[in-house]
Design a protein around this ligand. Structure first.
Ligand code: DAH
Length: 332
């Protein structure tokens, strides 16, 4: 039995030295020191040892146990401090893996598509600032002082500049004015961009969103041109079966004015969805920018970009567009 104990100690310590990580050391502990381990397995042999040899064998048994236990603690500490304790090791000589492809945001791609569709109908793009003055956001658009649309509760007023208050624009209609101030008719532009309103965020509201504004001013422009333009857009964007409906409405900067609905297939069913507003440019707006309403007429429209994108892709919550969760964005 003494020889067996010597043999056990030698192999155990050799195995322990070969255990390379925390998992191997733990497996070693179970194999040798565990309740069903090899040391325990020697215990029953003790009762067959002669009375005279028993003290020596018992002592040796205890020595082996202590040697294994302290060997285990030492090896464990050694591995922990060498950093090999957990996780896969990094092979620094291995070539790097491919990074996943990035892509442009679904809204940026929607804007590209809108610009492309209207571009084919002869519309160029125009821009205006997001921090606006009251003239461009209200006054020139026939929204007089004291009009409820100017209520601070519905606007992000910023400060004052040259005696006029500034605000984050609430509509891209400001670009109608910006464009007509610089360019005489014929004018045919669209303007895509951000607008801001103090709305509480929910599935359909966000305090910042995007609109596409359209403006066409020339001699002899009529409502037929307006409806045709919206109709062509609807077919190009939503598919050849899409339809357009205009419902009488009111906007200060157009007369007459209408809401624009588009009919599209959603989950296999045809539905009318409100997309924005439109109308014939009000003579007061043309006069505000020095265009003679007796000579020129125009149409304008403003559509919600999130609305068209969400309908097309079946996105049911606007907030997903702004959370930048790659799992969501990856789908488009
Ligand atoms: N500016 C309007 C809004 O934000 C939308 C709109 C309506 C734009 C009619 C237009 C228009 O150009 O003609 O609610």
């Amino acid at each position: 039995m003494l020889a067996q104990l010597d043999e056990l100690q030698t192999t155990a310590l050799a195995d322990l030295a070969a255990a390379a990580d925390a998992d191997a050391v733990e497996a070693w502990r179970i194999a040798y020191l565990g309740s069903k381990g090899r040391l325990k397995a020697m215990m029953p042999g003790l009762k067959d040892v002669s009375k005279a040899d028993k003290p020596a064998v018992g002592k040796r048994l205890n020595e082996v146990k202590v040697a294994l236990e302290s060997g285990f603690e030492d090896r464990k500490a050694e591995i922990a401090s060498s950093g090999a304790a957990s996780g896969p090791q990094v092979d620094v000589t291995q070539p790097g893996g491919d990074l996943p492809d990035g892509r442009r945001h679904v809204l940026s791609r929607t804007i590209d598509e809108i610009v492309d569709i209207f571009g084919r109908m002869g519309f160029t793009t125009a821009e205006g600032p997001e921090v606006e003055d009251e003239w461009h956001n209200f006054t020139a658009l026939n929204i007089p002082a004291g009009h409820p649309a100017r209520d601070p509760i519905d606007n992000f007023f910023m400060g004052e500049q040259e005696g006029s208050r500034t605000l984050l624009r609430t509509q891209t209609s400001t670009v109608q004015i910006r464009t007509l101030e610089q360019q005489k008719p014929p004018v045919r532009i669209i303007a895509c961009g951000r607008v801001y309103r103090p709305d509480t965020h929910d599935a359909t509201h966000y305090s910042m969103f995007h609109q596409v504004e359209g403006l066409c001013v020339d001699r002899g422009v009529t409502m037929v041109d307006l409806k045709t333009t919206l109709f062509q857009f609807a077919r190009a964007y939503f598919g050849p079966e899409a339809e357009v409906r205009m419902r009488p409405s009111f906007f200060p900067f157009t007369e007459p004015s209408a809401e624009v609905d588009m009919k599209m297939k959603i989950k296999g069913e045809w539905q009318w969805i409100e997309i924005g507003g439109c109308g014939m440019v009000d003579p007061n707006v043309l006069e505000a920018v020095g265009v003679d309403p007796e000579e020129f007429t125009g149409f304008a429209f403003g559509l919600g970009i999130e609305r068209v994108a969400m309908r097309k892709y079946g996105i049911s919550d606007i907030r997903w567009l702004y959370e930048n969760d790659v799992r969501f964005l990856d789908q488009f």
